[in-house]
Design a protein around this ligand. Structure first.
Ligand code: SIN
Ligand code: MN
Length: 207
């Protein structure tokens, strides 16, 4: 389902078995030796997600990528698992785009979780200029995903991202504004046994 040049919503991309396996990996990572945490951004506000960056860390104070979490505990970002990388590459390929991701931001949203409208523009300038996509995968409760234009004031569309859905924005859509306005509790597939939502966004910093 194309939402405009370079932007694709792929409902039910992952089978329920695949979702369960990926969810187990996400949980183990989020509660692992380098745990997910609630970042505090440069204005001093706490984000409304728990975040864990894999492959490269996004510093919430500087909005720059780095190897270790200087804005939190100084621990090195865990490696990006190979099967995560392959998943993102396959999703992008299914809509005719190419990515060899070197990082993933894993976010956990509880019932109050949300994310304000923003652009993903902290990756390498060559990567952004080339339109290498951001690839997103959702697990758990449904999110109301906001998808706007290249300027903050352009019209915004609301899309329900359900468990197992993928979303890709690259090429001319790479810098479109987006966010999450709400999570709808109790909408996750019961088989998954999850409260809340994980979202993975894969990006390629270096090209
Ligand atoms: C993000 O923009 O980084 C997250 C998007 C989402 O949770 O769907
Ligand atoms: Mn984003």
């Amino acid at each position: 389902m194309e939402l405009g040049p370079g932007a694709f919503h792929l409902p039910h991309y992952l089978s329920i078995e695949w979702q369960a396996a990926l969810l187990a990996q996400c949980r183990a990572l989020a509660d692992g030796d380098v745990p997910a945490y609630v970042p505090v951004v440069r204005g001093g506000g706490r984000m409304h997600v728990r975040m864990l960056c894999l492959g490269r860390h996004w510093n919430a104070k500087t909005y720059q990528y780095e190897a270790a979490r200087a804005d939190f505990d100084g621990l090195a970002a865990p490696a990006l698992p190979d099967d995560f990388r392959r998943l993102a590459t396959a999703i992008a390929a299914s809509v005719g785009m190419a990515i060899d991701p070197d990082l993933c931001i894993l976010n956990y949203y509880d019932a109050e979780g949300r994310m304000g409208l923003h652009q993903d523009k902290d990756e390498g300038p060559a990567s952004i200029a080339a339109g290498i996509p951001v690839v997103s995968v959702s697990l758990g409760d449904t999110a109301r995903f906001l998808f706007g234009g290249l300027k903050r004031r352009e019209p915004i569309e609301a899309i329900q991202l359900e468990s197992g859905d993928a979303f890709v924005f690259g090429g001319p859509a790479r810098l479109r504004y987006h966010g999450v306005s709400r999570i709808t509790p109790h909408t996750a597939p019961t088989e998954l046994g999850i409260t809340g939502r994980f979202n993975l966004t894969f990006r390629q910093y270096d090209i």
